[in-house]
Design a protein around this ligand. Structure first.
Ligand SMILES: [Fe+2]
Length: 426
């Protein structure tokens, strides 16, 4: 997974990061009830309790079992119950039935977390975690838990949206000033460019190897598309015009009766969106989100534009010297995309990082020379390289510091429950 070796001195820092990442998960979920954490709203989403247990299972299965001599599991049944998709580990509980796991209860799962944290601490003390291979797996485990922190928010939002009372995850709406802006395009000469992960910091295996890609000249939108722009597409009959849609997209529009992005609803002629802070009036200046790939693609065609390739996106991010340290990430606690808060840097795109994941038109595929991470954790990314599209840049539900220019997220083209938006190119 990780493309680099980790020295033991970095291991000491990793233990501090372990505690910080685990505590962040607790903070996200500590105010939720037992019932909040058990129900599964759809097959794609998992209950909060399952996320809490599965991230813990990862550390127990991939690290403690290997690191600690004669390791005895906290509960042997958890190896099956909280395995997500690792066939090399053994049997797993069916994903669509995760909401049926009422036992162990939430307190037992929280206790499981505490016991594994204790055992990881003991393993540090006894020097069981000093090998570069185990430290590398630990770093994967931390990045894995951060991915599940985002899924906790997106899955829980979906669950709340199914409740007619439209309850909130956090009951305050962070009022932020709205910047109006107009359509702007940035020019890129293209040519032979390099994409993929370089350097010594952590990256997932699917970001490597770095390699060259040829780009024709292109223009990239300075901002992600807004709710106002998407509303113009809807008002122009976007969902009723077959010429705008891919065949599979047109099928999805009809089979699922799509008339607007997920979580949009109309009341007395006014559009509202369901957010983690409850239902809110639609902000026309904020980035549009909860689009499928098909909707992003149809909107692009209506706009006389296309979606960027992931190479175009990454090249623009490199050129902008955009730092993934800045952006509307989950740590802001806005938990919703908002209009650009600052002046855009000269000749650089705004909001590349944070707010919304941006669909690209690149199929999620192996880079030339890709090799999955060694061992059972090699199932993490590589085996999903069929039938999905790449998204870039992170969202308002992504933990700050988790993404980078080379980071590749991926979802099937009909997925809408992530904070997924669109930036146009032409
Ligand atoms: Fe996972």
């Amino acid at each position: 997974m990780s493309a680099h070796a980790i020295s033991p001195s970095i291991g000491t820092q990793l233990h501090g990061r372990y505690r910080a990442v685990r505590a962040a998960t607790e903070r996200l979920t500590e105010h939720l009830s037992e019932a909040d954490c058990v129900v599964q709203s759809m097959t794609d989403a998992s209950p909060v309790k399952w996320h809490l247990a599965h991230t813990t299972w990862f550390f127990e299965t991939f690290i403690l079992e290997k690191a600690v001599p004669d390791y005895q599991p906290v509960n042997p049944a958890f190896r099956f119950l909280f395995n997500s998709y690792y066939n090399g580990i053994g049997d797993k509980h069916p994903r669509p039935e995760r909401g049926l796991i009422t036992r162990p209860d939430l307190a037992q799962v929280r206790s499981y977390r505490a016991q594994i944290d204790e055992r990881i601490g003991q393993a540090w003390l006894h020097g069981h975690l000093s090998s570069p291979q185990l430290l590398s797996l630990l770093e994967i485990g931390l990045n894995h838990e951060q991915q599940h922190q985002e899924l906790i928010l997106t899955d829980f939002k979906h669950l709340l949206s199914k409740n007619p009372l439209q309850p909130t995850y956090r009951a305050h709406w962070p009022l932020v000033p709205v910047a109006q802006r107009r359509e702007q395009w940035l020019h890129y000469d293209g040519g032979l460019v390099q994409i993929g992960h370089r350097g010594d910091d952590f990256a997932f295996d699917n970001e490597s190897p770095a390699h060259r890609v040829f780009l024709e000249p292109f223009e990239l939108a300075a901002y992600p598309a807004t709710n106002g722009e998407y509303l113009a597409f809807i008002d122009d009959g976007g969902y009723q015009r077959p010429e705008l849609w891919l065949s599979l997209g047109w099928d999805a529009v009809h089979a699922r009766a799509w008339r607007a992005p997920l979580y949009w609803s109309q009341q007395d002629g006014q559009w509202r969106v369901f957010t983690l802070h409850g239902p809110m009036p639609l902000d026309p200046s904020a980035p549009v989100c909860h689009l499928s790939y098909f909707e992003a693609d149809a909107f692009a065609r209506w706009s006389n534009a296309v979606l960027p390739t992931e190479a175009q996106w990454e090249h623009a991010a490199q050129r902008a010297l955009a730092s993934a340290a800045h952006g509307n990430f989950a740590d802001n606690n806005l938990l919703h995309p908002v209009a650009a808060q600052h002046e855009r840097p000269l000749n650089a795109p705004a909001q590349l990082f944070g707010d919304v994941w941006e669909w690209t038109r690149s199929s999620y595929d192996a880079y030339p020379g890709f090799t999955p991470a060694p061992g059972l954790v090699g199932e993490y990314n590589g085996k999903f390289m069929a039938g999905q599209y790449v998204l870039r840049g992170g969202s308002c539900a992504t933990p700050a510091g988790h993404v980078r220019a080379s980071y590749r997220n991926f979802f099937p083209p009909d997925a809408r429950w992530q904070f997924s938006g669109v930036r146009l190119t032409r």
